[in-house]
Structures are given as structure tokens and as C-alpha cells.
Design a protein around this ligand. Structure first.
Ligand SMILES: *Cc1c(COP(=O)(O)O)cnc(C)c1O
Length: 400
């Protein structure tokens, strides 16, 4: 947390309970993968009502293992949004597969569009990664139908969405495999960490194996005298979580519902405060808030030219803002030499140039909410004024 901000973009929710849990592990004498991890996995699976949960070192490694366990490999095409964090696409690259970017629904629905997915299908398409933007659910029943028709795997990037639901099921449990991140700015955190969830025993078995070098037994099992040696049956990774993080994660999981309820309450209030501001709107409809985990608070500016000025003015007023996301297809590493706007990603391009993320965190006070909105209004008019001055200066012949 930066102490210079009046309102930072997000804030952690760690308290004395997490400290107690960490101390318990420190005193136990066992800090690498062991009983806390088992308990965390059990509790997370129970919360989501899914058969298997496997704790890993990050959301990125969760995605990598999910793709590996789903046997996505060299030459396979994976359809995903470009309006996401770069890790979603990197995981595809790690497997030697090809990320194929599809567009989002429209200016209000910032999740993958089914029509755009269908346009991107080829004989090499093997999977879809559904990112639940901001914790707002993708239409998972329709996505599943499409995946069944074309025999594709669904991997959910639920990094924004722990606790969010679609219909009667939690997000992360709709696809073949779901991935969560516990990075420090997510709805629940272990500092760094992640989780892979699935109902498929074969995927769970492979994720466990690949998480720890492809070894058939764990250090913990050998420590407990359950085994003396091991075999290595695949080339795996060290993507393990540790006991200290798992202990923090268990406390954070217990707080998740309450924190998500606070996020929803704040989201509703902020959306109300924003509704009468000209030239600004918020994506997704109000009736989706209840099912969302409200991870971030994105707004859309009709005039893209004022965004840098608005963000700078907010910063000068002590309000931290961000952009979710610079679209992945525009990064040099993904765009080769052609960085021109892509017509097939029209809504992604429109959104990516106009989005601003405002502060949102469970401990946000009424005063902070009002301050953010007040400074937003002031920043918008200041930005518009200086754009007008700039334009009239350009139109005025020098010396006139
Ligand atoms: C945070 C995030 C990730 C990566 O998670 P890490 O734990 O930081 O590796 C992946 N996808 C999305 C959409 C994210 O927000």
C-alpha cells in the first residue's frame, strides 16, 4: 500500500487471524507442502462444491498446469480474450500452443463473445479459456454447448471470480478445469498463490503430478514414513504452494463471502453515484452484481482522448486508478510487427482505449467512495477544458 494515496486502487484484508495462522505454521516445524495445504485444498473444494482442488504457486502456474493436464500442446489453438491479463495468454505459449484472440460481447458485456469464438474456430482449435472479467460471469451454459459441439475443452480463468456464481454453480466449476489466483490484489490472497479445481480425477491427478516435478511421492509422505523413494513419470515443474501461504489462504477463504458482500455493496453504491455523470458508463448490468465477485470497478469513457488527462488529474488528487487491460494482442511480443487496430477485435479495441479502473476494496468507506466520484467529476471537466483549449489553439492561426 502506498501511503501517499488518499484512496489506493485496492487494499489487503490481512488481520490478526492471518498472523496467528502464520505463527501456527512457523511453530509446527514444517513449512513446505504438508497438512495446511491438504486442509486448504479440502476447504476450497468444499466451498466451490467441486471434487478436486490443487494448490499451486500462482494463478499463472494454475493456468499452465490446467492446460498441460488438459493435454493442450504444440500446434493446438486456444481461443481466449485479448481483454485479459497477459498471463492468460502466456500459459498457452508455455505449452507451445497458439493463442487465438476473440472479441468480447459489446460495450456493456466485456466477456468473450460466442459469435466471435465461432469465427475463430479452426481444425486446430482445442480449447477455450473463459476469463470472468471483473468477477462477472461468462455465459457458461452457452459456452459449454458450443464446446461440446466442437469437442473443445473449457478452462476458466477465474482469477477475478472466487465466490462468484453463474446460475446455481460457482465460477471455476463450469469448465473442465478452473484456475484461481491469490495474488495480493485479488479477492482473497496468499501473497502469491493459486488453485486449480476440477471434477475430473484424471486432470486432478496430472495437475498434482506436474506441480511437483512429475514425482510419484512427496517429501511430506517420505517425512511421514509413507514411502522411501519415488519415480519421475513426466517432466514436471516446481509449482508448489507452501504451508505458510496455505494457512493464510484458509483464513482468507473464511473471510471471502463477507468481503465479497462488501464489494457488492460498494459496487452498487458507486454505480449509483456515477449514473448521472455525462460521458461515462459502467459495463455489465446492475442485475449481474449479485452473482459477481466485484473484483474491480471499471468505467468506460466515451471520449478516449481525455483518458490520460483524467488519470493524471485523479493521481494528482490522490486517487489511484489503473487500466484493465492494455489488450494482449497489442503487446509487441504478441503482435509481431503489425500493431494496427484489429477489426475482428473491435469491442476489445474500443474498451481498451477508454477503460479506467477506479478504487474498490472491501474496507472502502463512504467518504472514500464520495471522494473518488467527486474527483472523477472534477477530473473529467478539467480534462475536457484543456482538450478544448488545445483544440482552439490548434485552430487559431499563430499571431492572430
Ligand atoms: C491475476 C491474474 C492472473 C495471474 O495470476 P498470478 O497469481 O498473478 O500469477 C491471470 N489471469 C487474470 C485474469 C488475472 O487477473
Amino acid at each position: 500500500m502506498n501511503m501517499d494515496w488518499k484512496v489506493a486502487l485496492s487494499d489487503i484484508t490481512l488481520g490478526p487471524e492471518e498472523r496467528t495462522a502464520v505463527n501456527r505454521v512457523m511453530e509446527s516445524g514444517w513449512i513446505s507442502m504438508g497438512p495446511e495445504i491438504e486442509q486448504f485444498e479440502y476447504e476450497f473444494a468444499d466451498y466451490l462444491r467441486v471434487d478436486f482442488a490443487v494448490a499451486v504457486s500462482s494463478g499463472t502456474t494454475a493456468l499452465h498446469l490446467a492446460l498441460a493436464a488438459a493435454e493442450i500442446g504444440a500446434g493446438d489453438e486456444v481461443i481466449l480474450p485479448s481483454l485479459t491479463f497477459v498471463a492468460t495468454a502466456n500459459a498457452v505459449i508455455y505449452q507451445g500452443a497458439v493463442p487465438v484472440f476473440a472479441d468480447v460481447g459489446d460495450l456493456s458485456d466485456w466477456n468473450l463473445s460466442l459469435a466471435s469464438i465461432e469465427k475463430k474456430l479452426s481444425s486446430k482449435t482445442r480449447a477455450i479459456i473463459a476469463v470472468h472479467y471483473g468477477g462477472f460471469p461468462c455465459m457458461m451454459d452457452q459456452l459449454r454447448e458450443l464446446a461440446a459441439t466442437y469437442n473443445l475443452k473449457i478452462i476458466e480463468d477465474a482469477a477475478h471470480a472466487p465466490g462468484a456464481v453463474y446460475q446455481d454453480r460457482k465460477l471455476g466449476t463450469w469448465g473442465d478445469v478452473g484456475c484461481f489466483s491469490f495474488f495480493s490484489n485479488k479477492n482473497m490472497t496468499t501473497a502469491e498463490g493459486g488453485m486449480v479445481v476440477t471434477d475430473n480425477p484424471e486432470i486432478a491427478r496430472r495437475v498434482r503430478l506436474l506441480r511437483s516435478h512429475g514425482m510419484t511421492t512427496l517429501t511430506w509422505d517420505r517425512h511421514k514414513g509413507h514411502s522411501f523413494s519415488y519415480d519421475v513419470v513426466e517432466t514436471g515443474f516446481n509449482y508448489r504452494m507452501d504451508e505458510i501461504r496455505a494457512a493464510i489462504g484458509r483464513v482468507q477463504l473464511a473471510k471471502l463471502e463477507e468481503n465479497n458482500e462488501k464489494r457488492k455493496w460498494i459496487t452498487r453504491k458507486m454505480r449509483q453515484l456515477i449514473s448521472d455523470i455525462d460521458g461515462v458508463f459502467v459495463p455489465f448490468s446492475d442485475n449481474l452484481i449479485e452473482s459477481s465477485s466485484c473484483h474491480i470497478f471499471p468505467i468506460f469513457l466515451e471520449d478516449k482522448d481525455i483518458r490520460p488527462l483524467v488519470m493524471a488529474s485523479m493521481r494528482n488528487s490522490g486517487i489511484q486508478t489503473s487500466i484493465h487491460y492494455p489488450p494482449v494482442h497489442r503487446f509487441s511480443v504478441f503482435s509481431s510487427s503489425d500493431r494496427a487496430p484489429r477489426k475482428d477485435l473491435r469491442f476489445t479495441e474500443l474498451i481498451a482505449e477508454r477503460e479506467i479502473t477506479l478504487p474498490l476494496f472491501p474496507g472502502m468507506t463512504d467518504y472514500q467512495m464520495e471522494l473518488v466520484i467527486e474527483k472523477l467529476k472534477l477530473s473529467l471537466s478539467a480534462a475536457r477544458r484543456s482538450m478544448d483549449q488545445y483544440t482552439s489553439a490548434m485552430l487559431t492561426p499563430s499571431g492572430a
